[in-house]
Write a new protein. Structure first.
Length: 400
């Protein structure tokens, strides 16, 4: 094993270290959002999310019983009681107490604190206390205020998610985002797959010009074409009496913006497939449609899945196109827009914001981890070396 480690080159070690660094940089914020969303507001204010598994300390202010509760005990006068029943210690355990809010942990529990003027105070971990004075307490004296340092065990709750999915309108926005994202991912893949096959394996005039046009459209800024596209869509909608803010409109918009990259990626992959398979299928009499459906689509699944990841993540996280083509009414508000509005109205409620953020990234995480094994294979479009030997099976399998 040590010998194998010695044969690992510096470049490979650097790549592994870089990947590990990227994983850590990505994992820590995601874990922080997840843990924070499971804590209540008081815990978030008091301590960071990394302390959630070891508990936290809180400061509580309580008042002892007044002088009217004092009882004589020999030459001393004693006020005894408990502070646990006042709800300040909750489910936690008292660790220390103090007389000033700036110093809530001056004295340890169970120890006797000398308050001067013959007064002593002892607070126990269960909340019971003994306040003793060598002389009588003044009748007009106020009850003493003390401050407790309370250690609370790790506590997690799903109330934040219930509040977000139920009362904050995020649940409806979640459905709206799925309504936008799924068709806006499937439609450009279907169109791009046909176009990529035609540009890769069909001979027709102007094919090279179309390929150059597709490459040029990739670099067109989204913001430059957004308003003209919206105006064209509104004019067409007025002719046919179609409302301007509809789901088909945003589906078409995302399809238009995603098609150039989709065609480019799929065309490179399909053009790199073994030529022998296509020619053998044509010799057996298979039409272009049969070749596309029975050969190209099954072999191009890594590339299709690769683009599906990019398109899904881009559409899911989109805010600009959704605001322009779908509007901001509550019935059509997507998740990113709802979270943006929530950030403006609930900027101080971190428990709500983190729960909303984690709901936002949950679906993209499932999509990425479900298709990530095809990502690298799809990005290496055009590589034939190392292809599956089953691709070269008898051509009679693909006959029409």
């Amino acid at each position: 094993m040590l010998g194998n480690l010695g044969r690992i080159g510096p470049a490979r070690i650097f790549v592994h270290a870089a990947v590990l660094l990227i994983v850590v940089l990505w994992l820590l914020p995601t874990l922080g959002i997840f843990v924070t969303a499971l804590r209540d507001k008081d815990q978030i204010v008091v301590s960071g999310w990394w302390t959630a598994f070891s508990g936290s300390s809180q400061t509580a202010a309580v008042r002892l019983d007044g002088p009217d509760k004092a009882k004589q005990d020999g030459p001393n006068y004693v006020i005894a009681g408990t502070v646990a029943g006042e709800g300040n210690s909750g489910n936690g355990r008292i660790q220390a107490f103090g007389l000033r809010v700036q110093e809530p942990a001056t004295y340890k529990v169970g120890s006797s604190a000398d308050l001067g003027n013959g007064e002593t105070l002892t607070v126990n971990a269960d909340g019971s206390y003994r306040y003793q004075k060598t002389g009588p307490f003044g009748a007009d004296a106020r009850s003493k205020r003390i401050y407790l340092t309370i250690a609370t065990p790790p506590q997690f709750t799903l109330d934040n998610y219930r509040s977000v999915l139920g009362g904050e309108g995020i649940g409806q926005s979640f459905i709206n985002s799925l309504t936008v994202t799924i068709p806006a991912t499937v439609i450009p893949i279907l169109i791009a797959a046909f176009a990529a096959y035609a540009l890769a394996w069909m001979e027709f005039p102007g094919r090279a010009l179309l390929i150059a046009l597709v490459v040029g459209l990739i670099v067109v800024p989204l913001q430059m074409s957004l308003i003209p596209l919206l105006r064209i869509y509104n004019e067409i909608g007025q002719i046919f009496g179609v409302p301007s803010k509809t789901y088909p409109g945003i589906w078409l918009a995302h399809t238009a913006f995603g098609l150039p990259l989709a065609i480019y990626l799929l065309r490179n992959y399909i053009a790199g497939l073994p030529k022998e398979i296509i020619e053998s299928a044509r010799v057996d009499g298979a039409s272009d449609f049969d070749i596309f459906v029975k050969i190209i689509l099954p072999l191009s699944f890594p590339a299709l899945a690769s683009f599906a990841i990019f398109q899904f993540l881009w559409v899911w996280n989109d805010l600009l196109i959704a605001m322009v083509f779908l509007g901001t009414d509550k019935d059509h508000l997507v998740l990113t827009a709802a979270l943006n509005a929530l950030l403006g109205s609930r900027g101080g409620n971190w428990e709500i914001l983190t729960a909303s953020a984690f709901v936002t990234i949950l679906i993209p995480l499932f999509v990425f981890f479900g298709l990530q094994r095809y990502l690298v294979r799809g990005l290496l479009a055009g590589s034939v070396k190392g292809a599956d030997p089953r691709l070269f099976h008898s051509n009679r399998t693909y006959s029409a």
